[in-house]
Design a protein around this ligand. Structure first.
Ligand SMILES: *Cc1c(COP(=O)(O)O)cnc(C)c1O
Length: 404
């Protein structure tokens, strides 16, 4: 059998390596100058035009580098004022991080089922849930946390209008959405705060890392303070020449800062992040074309007209009774796959705490039973892409035999 194709390989090269070595040799490895440069470069990236974009949203962006997207979500919810007892609207079709940060506050997730074609929350579904909430619960809703599932952007502009009408805050989980765009503006420029992930498998990787983005100066200040122990400025300021040894703890904050070692990777990766997306988009188009005639599968949607998909994931669906056998058969064919996601309402913690049933969120349940993600990473060769294409129908036949 030919060589195994992993589900994901990070795109790291010698430029990334030398950037990290430079930091190691500089004598300053934790948060400092690299971190600031990365934040500035990230803001420039988000303010820039996506390819084919019609126009960008104005206003200065503040980027707060942290050690994970989970931290960024936590800081975002804190900054917009989430408190114990609040209800936070979100999707069940997501990773654990999205909802656990809501629980950090003693607030509760209010899951809303996703759209069957994209796996995203829609403003219509959220509006319906808000309108039909019993008296006493509606007043508790404070924020919406949309996830750009697989990198296909949500209707962020419509969510903004909805949030305005209902006086809610928006903290976007954009762990999959770098780079992605909604109607010509990059994801990261919508809502109150946007959280990005630089985890090892994400579209920009620093190993572990994240970014909280906002155009609101006050929110940025709060997040900067809370990311480092609730201290009014970070270590770089304190120890640099002419700086003061004096500092003030204004809140019991967190230890969420991003080290310069990681920020160096962020800088070198960011320079290629659009190029990475172009290659993933090419692979996705190839899959969409070549797999279109394969029966028994559903392929992912392209982004809506005027939007840009990051193609972080290529999420196809098979019949529920075939799914597990299909994954095994793909492995037999030498192709690594993954599942996004086992929905949160079917995880023991949320299921038990909130008494949730699979049929409460039928679309998310169905995705959770049928979804399989194919490899889609920039360094995939054309030959590897071809092998995945030919493995899919073979694995479907093998899976059919296995479950009979
Ligand atoms: C990966 C992921 C996260 C968490 O990112 P970390 O940087 O690992 O904290 C959050 N939400 C979604 C949807 C993710 O896929």
């Amino acid at each position: 059998m030919s060589e195994h194709i992993p589900f994901h390989v990070p795109s790291l090269d010698e430029i990334d390596v030398s950037g990290v070595l430079e930091v190691l040799r500089s004598g300053w490895i934790t948060s400092g100058p690299r971190c600031r440069s990365f934040e500035a470069a990230f803001a420039d990236h988000l303010a820039g035009l996506p390819s084919g974009g019609a126009g960008s949203r104005s206003g200065q962006l503040h980027c707060v580098a942290v050690n994970s997207c989970t931290s960024a979500l936590h800081l975002g919810l804190d900054a917009v004022g989430v408190r114990a007892g609040d209800l936070i609207v979100t999707t069940p079709l997501t990773f654990a991080a999205t909802a656990e940060v809501i629980r950090y506050f003693g607030a509760d997730p209010l899951f809303v089922d996703v759209d069957a074609t994209t796996g995203n929350l829609t403003p219509e579904a959220v509006r319906y849930v808000l309108e039909t909430l019993p008296e006493g619960r509606r007043e508790r809703v404070r924020a919406i946390v949309p996830v750009h599932f697989a990198g296909n952007p949500c209707a962020s502009d419509e969510f903004e209008r909805l949030a305005e009408a209902y006086r809610l805050k928006i903290v976007e989980d954009a762990a999959h959405a770098l780079p992605a765009a909604r109607q010509g503006s990059r994801i990261g420029t919508f809502g109150d705060v946007t959280s990005f992930s630089f985890y090892a498998t994400k579209t920009l990787c620093t190993g572990e890392g994240g970014m909280a983005v906002t155009s609101d100066e006050a929110l940025a200040h709060r997040m900067r303070t809370m990311r480092l122990h609730g201290i009014d400025r970070d270590a770089f300021d304190r120890y640099r020449k002419g700086g003061s040894w004096r500092y003030e703890v204004v809140e019991p904050g967190f230890k969420y800062n991003m080290p310069d070692l990681m920020a160096a990777l962020g800088l070198s990766q960011l320079a290629r992040v659009d190029q990475f997306r172009e290659r993933r988009s090419e692979i996705a188009e190839h899959y969409l074309t070549e797999l279109t005639d394969v029966g028994e599968i559903e392929l992912p949607r392209r982004a809506a007209y005027g939007d840009q998909h990051s193609w972080h994931l290529f999420t196809m669906r098979v019949d529920a009774h075939l799914r597990d056998a299909f994954i095994e058969a793909m492995a037999e064919e030498g192709v690594g796959t993954s599942v996004h996601f086992i929905p949160l309402h079917r995880q023991p913690y949320y299921r038990n705490r909130y008494g949730l049933k699979p049929q409460d969120f039928p679309v998310a349940s169905s995705w959770g039973e049928r979804e399989v993600s194919l490899p889609i990473f920039p360094s995939m060769t054309d030959a590897q892409v071809e092998r995945v294409v030919s493995a899919v129908p073979k694995a479907l036949v093998a899976a059919g035999k296995a479950v009979r």
